[in-house]
Design a protein around this ligand. Sequence first.
Ligand SMILES: [Zn+2]
Length: 131
Amino acid sequence: MREKFIRFMYGRNGVDTLSKHMMWGAVILCLLSNIPYMGFLAPISMVMIVYGYFRVFSRNVQKRYAENMKYYYFVNKVKAGPKKWMNTLKQSKDYKIFKCPTCKQKLRVPRGRGNVEVSCRKCATVFRGRT
Ligand SMILES: [Zn+2]
């Protein structure tokens, strides 16, 4: 039986982080769907379970791997969001952050220098700003 299963799973994607998280998300949505007015979550959780199993048994490993990597990228971006925001807030006391009008690069200038000429390090555009 065990060998049969191993043979069956050969060449398939198997359980990866995205499928695992999707299954757990489906379980949570399923539980939440019992709350009044939250019933619309039940079909969503069903779709997530079906898609999660589809990913586990999929033979297109490369495509599933790419999806998993995209998911990692997304999660890391979401995780970094509050940290980045806090960092900007902390720095805003000592530095004024300018955005280059040409290339949108963020530039940091120490506060309390009055009117300054800022030159972008990335594209060399020069613009004026108050610190
Ligand atoms: Zn620039």
